[in-house]
Design a protein around this ligand. Structure first.
Ligand code: HPA
Ligand code: MG
Length: 275
């Protein structure tokens, strides 16, 4: 009988590790003293200072990859609201396993501080940490593999040059010296991340990177690129796997494209009874 296998440590990662230079840190803190519950102005317009410079590219999902909703099981309460299935739950989980591997490989030998961006990032965060835990169950480490916290971030005033980001729920003083990995559901225009990352950097972490399950190919993008990305998706409004439309659809396993009926039905949010 063969003995139980241990999963070997991933080989040395050869990609880039972005640590911020003092000038970048100074730039990030030019907004003055930043408290975690107040709206904070940030100006990503000074060029793309943050985000991945080199990365493993995501899986490209084309519009033509949409699957008929007859082919997968959907919750009955949402079926009429879905145009198509863009990424099945199985595909999401398989992809997260690889992202977990890439992440662990990159942060070899260090504690990662996962910072889950609520609410959209919570399903991705949950499945990602299951994968990370599974790695660590089969390997010997002399460090704590990861710690985690949650953050809420909301951008408003739209454009990347005038935007503000409001953050809450995270004591940012605790980020000092940590290797922070933001865990996000989708980088769409990139506005929120392009303001959130410099804000976190201003609290003197060792590094800040972003893992996003999805990245949207949209002409409205401000150019922000996450470091670890699951899928590149077409410019459609996507729902499911914690991605919402007015808080609906978070409880659906697959990532789907919403239809007009879904938009109409949940335009005022989730009611006690679906009409
Ligand atoms: N779906 C849900 N939430 C989002 C999206 C989307 O396509 N883009 C930005 N937030
Ligand atoms: Mg999000």
């Amino acid at each position: 009988m063969s003995s139980p296998q241990t999963i070997p440590e991933p080989p040395e990662f050869l990609g880039s590790s972005v640590r911020y230079s003092q000038s970048q840190l100074n730039l990030a803190s030019q907004g003055g003293s930043l408290s975690s519950s107040a709206p904070i102005s940030s100006s990503p317009s000074q060029g793309r200072m943050y985000g991945a410079e080199e990365r493993l590219e995501p899986i490209l999902i084309e519009s033509s990859d949409q699957k008929s909703k007859e082919d997968f099981l959907l919750p009955a309460h949402y079926e009429s609201c879905v145009k198509s299935i863009l990424i099945s739950h199985g595909q999401i989980i398989d992809r997260i396993q690889k992202l977990a591997y890439d992440i662990r490989k990159h942060y070899r030998g260090t504690t990662i501080h996962l910072l889950c961006v609520l609410k959209g990032g919570s399903a991705f965060f949950q499945d990602l940490q299951v994968c990370l835990r599974n790695f660590h169950n089969f390997t010997n480490q002399d460090y704590v593999p990861f710690t985690f916290d949650f953050i809420r971030a909301k951008s408003y005033d739209g454009t990347s040059s005038t935007g503000k980001v409001m953050v809450s729920g995270c004591d940012m003083e605790k980020l000092r010296g940590k290797d922070v990995l933001l865990v996000e559901d989708i980088v769409d225009t990139g506005t929120t991340m392009s303001m959130l990352v410099p804000l976190l950097v201003s609290h003197a972490p060792a590094s800040v990177k972003v893992a996003s399950l999805l990245e949207k190919r949209t002409p409205r993008s401000c150019g922000f690129k996450a470091d670890f990305v699951g899928f590149s998706v077409p410019d459609e409004f996507v729902i499911g796997y914690c991605l919402d439309y007015n808080d609906a659809f978070r409880d659906m396993n697959h990532i789907c494209v919403i239809n007009d009926e879904g938009i109409e039905k949940f335009k005022d949010g989730v009611k006690k009874r679906i009409e």
